[in-house]
Design a protein around this ligand. Structure first.
Ligand SMILES: *[C@@H]1O[C@H](CO)[C@@H](O)[C@H](O)[C@H]1NC(C)=O
Ligand SMILES: *[C@@H]1O[C@H](CO)[C@@H](O)[C@H](O)[C@H]1NC(C)=O
Length: 134
């Protein structure tokens, strides 16, 4: 009985040590991995026409040394709650830009892009002149 208790105490002690040792390592990596790249283009006031090519750009100077997922994608969103359009994918967010072709969407002043990679990021609202204006 006493032997079992001693073993249990040893076991609990070991587990406690494991548990208390684990968090000391993990959060440091997590903090480094969080990155919200600031989109620099398109910015407010920009007008895109459908069919044009543009470089979407974002700041890279503040990027962490290690990124868990450098594979980015960009969504085009309107404020009307329409299904977002996948504008670019499979590019390296560390590069800071990706060329996109403006899709044939309805003309509107309240479009914005969302850049995903390590973390999500919304850009300014801008205008797209599409083939059809409602
Ligand atoms: C985007 O940037 C790349 C690299 O600077 C350049 O080669 C390309 O022509 C640019 N595309 C547009 C649409 O400006
Ligand atoms: C939509 O864009 C127009 C023109 O830029 C602006 O006046 C209006 O406030 C925007 N609407 C919203 C909900 O942001």
């Amino acid at each position: 009985m006493k032997f079992t208790t001693a073993l249990t105490a040893l076991f609990v002690g070991a587990v406690t040590q494991l548990v208390s040792a684990a968090p000391a390592v993990a959060p440091v990596e997590d903090k480094r991995d969080v990155w919200d790249p600031k989109m620099t283009y398109p910015h407010a006031g920009v007008v895109w026409k459908y069919g044009q090519k543009h470089n979407v750009t974002w700041e890279t100077a503040d990027q962490p040394k290690q990124i868990t997922n450098s594979n980015g994608f960009i969504l085009l969103r309107s404020e009307d709650d329409e299904t977002p359009v996948l504008l670019a994918w499979n590019f390296d967010v560390r590069v800071g830009y990706v060329e996109v072709t403006v899709p044939p969407v309805l003309t509107g002043q309240n479009y914005s892009l969302v850049l995903f990679g390590d973390s999500g990021n919304w850009g300014d609202q801008f205008t797209i002149e599409g083939p059809i204006t409602l």
